[in-house]
Write a protein that binds this ligand. Sequence first.
Ligand code: NAD
Length: 247
Amino acid sequence: MVGQIPKELVEELRKAKKIGVLTGAGISAESKIPTFRDAMTGLWASFSPEELATPEAFARNPKMVWDWYAFRRDMCAKALPNPGHLALAELEKRYEQFTLTTQNVDGLHQRAGSQRVFELHGSIARVKCTDTGRLLEGEIPECDEPPPLHPETGGLLRPDVVWFGEMLPAEVLQESAKAARNADVYFTIGTSALVYPAAALPVEAQRAGATVVEINPTETPFSLLATFSLRGKAGEILPALLAALDD
Ligand code: NAD
């Protein structure tokens, strides 16, 4: 062990050419962005994510869904990347092939400097027309009764995120699955490994022969399959891993 990092993992990482990563809400927990379960507090305590993050919820009560996302958009904009995000951006610089797939919509990987990021669930910073899917360029228009309308299409604006029951962007999923199958080492970080199809990515990597590393303070359904299961916070383990590589 080098600190908390197994020596065998450091050796694997030194040999590796291709790295794949999957992140979930846990990597942003140390940036004070709550996971879905934690997010249902205060103003939103009486709702479940399924009551707010679905097309049906938006059709039923667009203002409430818009307001919830506006609240979270503001929180994400104010949040800062944490040492876990920064360590992944640094790790990317050391490999020819490095693919990071995130289930997060907060944009913190890009703000930390990660270059090749696949957003499986979209981005909370973008909004699009409900009818045509056309993205809004520029500022979100002010209006008295939100959601505002798309200035070109006239349709209601909605966040450009993937809601429960909606399809994931096909190309993003394809590229992510390819990266999982090709990886020498694959990381699954801060995700409960319950939400498919994202949860299938580490399994695909493991089946294709990758060394799979899980980083999570708690056990997940994937823990038993992982080659290395590192119990702890991403913001502590990832910098320790970089330090072990430099040792
Ligand atoms: P999830 O299913 O990815 O679970 C969060 C996991 O993170 C848990 O297993 C938890 O043990 C782990 N974790 C907590 N703190 C950690 C830390 N410091 N380091 C490493 N791991 C840690 O996430 P969810 O909350 O169930 O959300 C499901 C989906 O909702 C996400 O995949 C995403 O699409 C969306 N979501 C995104 C954000 C965001 O963009 N930050 C926030 C909430 C929800």
